[in-house]
Every structure is written in structure tokens, then in C-alpha cells.
Design a protein around this ligand. Structure first.
Ligand SMILES: NC(=O)c1ccc[n+]([C@@H]2O[C@H](COP(=O)([O-])OP(=O)(O)OC[C@H]3O[C@@H](n4cnc5c(N)ncnc54)[C@H](OP(=O)(O)O)[C@@H]3O)[C@@H](O)[C@H]2O)c1
Length: 360
């Protein structure tokens, strides 16, 4: 299952709205076929692996990271192809959480006389598909918050300057993260302070949809994100519903998404529900402090990636989360599943806010 997992990872950032899947076919102790799902709409992992194995698939074992589907979507059911090939055993990493499948794929194989096993390296198989699992089970996108900060926890100086806190390697990694997510999201004050492009430039990969959260449409029409060929892949989420104000932005090619208000600002839960309905499975939340603070307190962040640079700027500046009112340590917001690694001169900490509604 380690090999199919490595193959599945090759598809990260390319398969949405489908899951990433890897598959290996083994006979007499030798790999005779392998494949992975490369892109939505293209053949699935099992189909590539069966094609490579050819007639030798008869009587072989199939290792696949996710239960094969039994319904017709953009491509025919993989269970039919497996049954036709004459394989004798299918070992799946996890059940497909898609309610149209959920055990039905394995049941169809069993009924056709194929031995089935499920749950091999299940934790690892789930980990590669967290956005797919969250989106298909809750309708909400999987949200990863990333920020670069000084060792004393500041994401910008008091003047709002944040370029550059982290080193080249970390910034390159952020571009990779962008290409792995369906969308990136920032608050309007980050657009005003940094004028970012939010594109993938330092690595090869697709550009995500760009989302600006801007209740009253304060985004200057002169900012870089509103010009150029990617303007059409940009959404401004607001609470302003005056079409005359929208027109100013629509002329640049961007879309305007009107959301419910909450305490005078965009209701982030409503926004995420709307983005989920548009098929957006994963979002890289890139700040700033206020937007991340609201997302964290509302339990809408699934994962955080903190880049700590070996710098200190003292007590003036922006925190990663603009949250106030916590006066006792026992009320601190807790994080779990921590992992730490070096990236150039920086340290990267990955953690999950405790109590987010990660699917079981
Ligand atoms: N180091 C890093 O990794 C990093 C990353 C990003 C940003 N930054 C820095 O962070 C600073 C900006 O942070 P910021 O906190 O001032 O601004 P922000 O979070 O980018 O934007 C905040 C604004 O977004 C709007 N908004 C709409 N709905 C909201 C909601 N539900 N919750 C919160 N805000 C909502 C509000 O304006 P309206 O009420 O008008 O809608 C609010 O004032 C900049 O200096 C930037 O350089 C650093």
C-alpha cells in the first residue's frame, strides 16, 4: 500500500473534485501494473494499472488506496473493469466516503467472487484525501491557514509590512501549497497592504482560484490581482448587494459573490458553504490576522502551517490571529497533531486546531 500511496500523491492538486488514488497490481510477488488518477475527467488509477497488467491481471492482487467506485460519473465504474479483468483479490486502503459508493464498490466486487480487504494503511490513505473527504461529507472546503512569522510570533510590522519574513525555500513551498489547493483566500486589508498576485510562480503547477473577502467592496480596482489574464479566476466575497457597485469590479472580469452578513462582515461559514457548492474542495487561507482570527474562532480552519523565521521584531506588529479577550491560559485555543521540520533557515510547524469538525 506504500507504493499506491506514493502514486496517489502525484495527483495532489490535479484531481479535484475527484479524490487522489493510487493503484498497484501484484502477481506472484511482482508488480505487473500500476497507475494513479492524474486529473479529473481522465481514467482512474485502477484503469491505468489494469491496462499495464493486460492479461496477466487474471488471478492477481490489486492494492488501491481508495475503495473502487461502483457508479457512473465522468468515467464508467471501476468495479466493472476489475471484475472483467479476472483479478482475484482487491485490497483497499479505505472505504469511499462518497455516499454514492460507501461500501457499495467492495460489495459489488465480493458479489462477483473477488476477495476484498479494506483498511490497510487507512490513516495514511485518509491523510492524502482530507479535502475530498471533508467536502464530500460536509459540503465545506478543507481550509489550511498558512502564515510566515518572526520567532516572536509577528506576521507583519506595525506598519503592515511583511515582505519578506520567511526565506526563499519557505516561499517556494507556499507556491507549491497554492498549486495543491483549489483556491487561495485573503482579507481585503492584505490586498491593500501587500498588493499580492496569489499565483503559482516559483514551482510548476496550476493557479488556484483567488478569493478576496471584502464586505463593503473596498478593494482598489487598480490592484494587480484584478488585472491580467487570471482576473476571471478571482472572486470577491462581499455583503454589498448594490449591482452598481458590483459593476465596477465585474468590468475587470472578476466575479462578485454576495454572502450573508455577520456582525457587519462576510459570514465566513456562509461563504465556505457557497464555495463548497461551487465545487471548491480546498482553500489555502493566506491571512491576514483578522480574517484568520475569525476563521479560527468559528472552527473553520482544519490545519495550520506556521513558518517561523529566525527574526524578532518586538511587541509591535500583527499576530497570526487577531483574537482578543482570552485572559486565562485555560481559555487558550488548543492545537493538536503537531509536526515540526526545518525549511532552509526557517522552522515549519504544522498543527490542527482542536475541535475542528474533521470527518471521522
Ligand atoms: N506574514 C504573513 O504570512 C502574512 C500573510 C497575510 C497577511 N499578512 C499581513 O497582515 C496584514 C493584514 O492583516 P489584517 O488583519 O489587517 O487584514 P485581513 O485579515 O487581510 O483583512 C481584514 C479585513 O477583511 C474584511 N473581512 C470581511 N469579512 C471578514 C471576516 N469574517 N472576518 C475578518 N475580516 C473580514 C474586513 O474588512 P471589511 O469589514 O471592510 O470587510 C477586515 O477589516 C498586512 O500587513 C499583511 O502584510 C501577513
Amino acid at each position: 500500500m506504500k507504493r499506491p500511496l506514493a502514486l496517489a500523491r502525484k495527483g495532489i492538486g490535479r484531481t479535484s473534485p475527484n479524490p487522489v488514488v493510487g493503484c498497484v497490481i501484484v502477481r506472484d510477488g511482482a508488480v505487473i501494473g500500476e497507475g494513479w488518477h492524474r486529473k479529473a475527467g481522465s481514467p482512474h488509477a485502477e484503469i491505468h494499472a489494469l491496462k499495464m497488467a493486460g492479461d496477466a491481471a487474471r488471478g492477481a492482487d490489486v492494492y488501491v488506496t481508495l475503495e473502487p467506485c461502483c457508479h457512473t460519473g465522468a468515467t464508467p465504474p471501476r468495479t466493472d473493469a476489475l471484475i472483467r479483468s479476472g483479478v482475484s483479490r482487491v485490497i483497499a486502503g479505505m472505504r469511499d466516503p462518497d455516499p454514492r459508493v460507501s461500501g457499495g464498490g467492495l460489495a459489488a466486487l465480493k458479489q462477483a467472487g473477488i476477495e476484498t480487504v479494506c483498511g490497510v494503511l487507512e490513516k495514511e490513505c485518509r491523510a492524502v484525501n482530507l479535502p475530498f473527504i471533508k467536502h464530500i461529507t460536509t459540503g465545506l472546503p478543507y481550509v489550511t491557514y498558512k502564515c510566515a512569522m518572526t520567532l516572536d510570533g509577528k506576521i507583519a510590522s506595525i506598519t503592515g509590512e511583511s515582505r519578506w519574513i520567511s526565506g526563499d525555500e519557505s516561499r517556494k513551498h507556499v507556491h507549491r501549497m497554492r498549486s495543491h489547493n483549489d483556491a487561495v483566500m485573503v482579507g481585503v486589508d492584505t490586498i491593500i497592504a501587500d498588493n499580492p498576485l496569489l499565483t503559482v510562480r516559483h514551482v510548476k503547477g496550476r493557479n488556484p482560484v483567488r478569493i478576496i473577502v471584502d464586505s463593503r467592496l473596498r478593494t482598489p480596482t487598480t490592484v494587480d490581482i484584478l488585472s491580467g489574464p487570471l482576473a476571471h479566476a478571482t472572486i470577491i466575497a462581499c455583503t454589498e448587494d448594490d449591482p452598481a457597485v458590483h459593476r465596477r469590479y465585474l468590468q475587470t472580469g472578476v466575479s462578485v459573490l454576495v454572502c450573508d452578513p455577520r456582525e457587519g462582515r462576510v459570514d465566513l461559514r456562509d461563504l465556505l458553504e457557497k464555495l463548497g457548492r461551487l465545487g471548491i474542495q480546498s482553500i489555502l487561507l493566506e491571512g491576514g490576522s483578522r480574517l484568520a482570527g475569525d476563521a479560527l474562532t468559528r472552527g473553520l480552519i482544519d490545519e495550520c502551517v506556521f513558518f517561523y523565521a529566525p527574526k524578532v521584531i518586538g511587541s509591535d506588529g500583527f499576530s497570526p490571529f487577531a483574537i482578543t479577550g482570552i485572559t486565562e491560559m485555560s481559555h487558550a485555543m488548543a492545537f493538536t497533531d503537531l509536526s515540526v521540520r526545518r525549511m532552509g533557515h526557517d522552522i515549519v510547524v504544522t498543527a490542527r486546531p482542536e475541535g475542528t469538525c474533521l470527518p471521522a
